[in-house]
Ligand binder design. Structure first.
Ligand SMILES: [Mg+2]
Length: 404
């Protein structure tokens, strides 16, 4: 029996927002790594890893499911965002170890591949329609078949210049304010432009970043119906997902949701009532390979597809875990792309290869990705890592916070 001897966090990226968890064993040279990154709570995650580790020291690495269940109930309360992340990181590392012991890639242990590579969608953006169109064309030339289209920053398309917005005299004097009606005007116009210029051959998505009031979210989904999106992402905030029933009654725009989900009570009704088309849980927030494999299986029988979340704050280990799931899940839909700076890729030998709109795994045992700890330590800037990170706030004209 191979035993866990140590579980340690490795903090890296220049700003210290990546936490890679390394599970070491009593077998010489045998270890696994997983992603426990949380862009806003790295220090909290590290404390949680140190809290959970004593529960698992001495445990049999082969018992991945049993260890998952132990961690799940170890704090009595469930589905905490931070503990989920720790649990996921340890889970990925245990799959990595199991693959190394079996001398097989994890995708083989999960049943073997059912696709040759993993289609990824690109993130196109621009501050105006011409810039956006150029960016979409650039990705099309690179080979991407599915492209996310955004105007300007997070929530872009819905901003009004602060000076023209009519803010109250005693207001915050915001440089820009978010306005639902502006969004309802600009985003359908954006897709009208793109379809006019590009036709319907390219598959397009859009991320609403949960910014709209629920009734306006329903209206947007309906207004976008003629443009036949591949999916509309994060139309509603997690607090308002019951409105997906109204969306379904109103239009056929496909819905992708779930990157903020951490709890089965969030994703299960949307899947089993067929209220969404793509589930977008982040693998490291959804309990790792073990639990996301279960989500994928649940989805399969309800006609829902997977689109595991990536995005700029994720690390290459989380991406690799997603790629292994993508390769083996029949009901895979699409993988969000994520690309990294050369000095970041350099920390992770064996990282997934992104080329021509596809992600490729390798044939190494385990996850096939490792971390160079010396380079990881060298990249981290201690001053930047000492700072706390907070999600940026958008506000409405009266100063009310918009929930992301
Ligand atoms: Mg999103």
């Amino acid at each position: 029996m191979t035993k866990i001897t140590e579980i340690k966090p490795i903090r890296t990226r220049v700003n210290g927002t990546w936490v890679i968890v390394k599970v070491l064993t009593d077998q010489p040279g045998l270890y696994g790594i997983g992603s426990a990154s949380d862009h806003y709570r790295a220090k909290t995650v590290i404390a949680a890893i140190e809290t959970i580790a004593p529960l698992l020291i001495g445990r049999d690495v082969s018992q991945i499911e049993d260890i998952w269940q132990s961690v799940y109930t170890s704090g009595y309360w469930r589905n905490d965002s931070i503990i989920n992340t720790v649990q996921a990181g340890i889970d990925m590392a245990l799959w990595d170890i199991k693959g190394k012991e079996a001398n097989m890639p994890v995708y083989q242990l999960l049943g073997g591949v059912c696709r040759s590579a993993v289609p990824a969608y690109a993130h196109a953006g621009g501050n105006d329609l011409a810039e956006l169109e150029d960016d979409v064309r650039r990705y099309m030339e690179e080979g991407y078949q599915v492209i996310r289209c955004q105007l300007g920053p997070y929530g872009g398309g819905g901003f009004i210049e602060g000076a023209k917005a009519g803010q109250p005299q005693n207001g915050r004097d915001l440089p820009r304010v978010f306005d639902d009606e502006a969004y309802l005007e600009n985003i359908p116009a954006m897709f009208a432009h793109l379809r006019d210029k590009l036709g319907f051959g390219v598959k397009l998505t859009h991320d609403v970043h949960e910014h709209l009031r629920p009734h306006n979210a329903v209206a947007l989904a309906k207004l976008l119906e003629p443009y036949r999106l591949f999916f509309l992402e994060d139309l509603l905030s997690p607090e308002q997902v019951h409105w997906y029933r109204q969306v379904r009654q109103q239009c056929t725009t496909p819905q992708a949701m779930g990157e903020l989900f951490i709890n089965p009570h969030e994703w299960t009704p949307l899947i089993t009532e067929r209220l969404i088309d793509f589930v977008r849980v982040r693998v490291s927030k959804g309990g790792g390979i073990t639990n996301c494999r279960k989500i994928a299986h649940l989805c399969e029988w309800f006609g829902v597809h997977t689109a595991w979340q990536e995005g700029g704050d994720n690390d290459p280990v989380n991406q690799m875990a997603a790629v292994h799931l993508d390769l083996v899940s029949w009901n895979f839909g699409i993988q969000e792309e994520n690309h990294f700076a050369p000095e970041e890729y350099d920390l992770f030998p064996g990282h997934a290869r992104l080329e021509g709109g596809y992600l490729y795994a390798n044939e190494q045992p385990g996850l096939g990705i490792d971390i160079d700890e010396a380079k990881a330590a060298a990249l981290l800037d201690p001053d930047r890592a000492a700072k706390s990170m907070f999600m940026a706030e958008d506000r409405r004209v009266d100063g009310t916070v918009v929930r992301p």
